[in-house]
Ligand binder design. Structure first.
Ligand SMILES: N=c1c2ncn([C@@H]3O[C@H](COP(=O)(O)OP(=O)(O)OP(=O)(O)O)[C@@H](O)[C@H]3O)c2ncn1[C@@H]1O[C@H](COP(=O)(O)O)[C@@H](O)[C@H]1O
Length: 105
């Protein structure tokens, strides 16, 4: 399933050459970092509201919007979804409580 992230990352990279009139992603790049961050904030809030409403379909929809805009942020910053997946892989099996305790030393 993570292929969709890889394929989307390719498209997000290609959109750096497109015009804002022809592509939503290109329009986000053109508006700049603050607009992308605002979209992430909005989509995060909408995800929270969907969860509070107990609407599973809406949680999926809003989380997809949130992940998509985070992907746009990664691309804008010259990062790749693999950077995040590798970090999750590194954390895999490491207890969150243990990791926090190590950080506080
Ligand atoms: N996965 C997505 C995707 N998810 C959500 N969105 C867009 O993100 C926006 C979400 O914003 P909102 O829900 O706030 O809706 P809105 O009110 O229309 O947004 P604003 O006008 O407030 O910005 C909508 O315009 C959605 O269409 C996406 N737009 C594009 N993609 C992918 O990105 C690819 C490239 O898209 P283009 O650059 O548009 O060709 C597409 O082929 C898709 O694979």
């Amino acid at each position: 399933m993570s292929e969709v992230l890889t394929e989307l990352a390719v498209i997000l990279e290609q959109r750096k050459q497109e015009s804002a009139e022809s592509s939503y992603v290109a329009s986000l790049y053109a508006k700049g970092l603050d607009t992308i961050l605002k979209k992430i904030g909005e989509e995060a809030t909408e995800t929270v509201i969907a969860a509070k409403d107990g609407n599973k379909e809406q949680i999926i929809y809003e989380t997809a919007d949130l992940w998509f805009h985070c992907m746009v942020l990664l691309a804008e910053q010259g990062l790749h979804p693999d950077d995040v997946l590798n970090e999750l892989q590194r954390r895999f099996g490491l207890s969150g409580l243990k990791e926090k305790a190590q950080r506080q030393k």
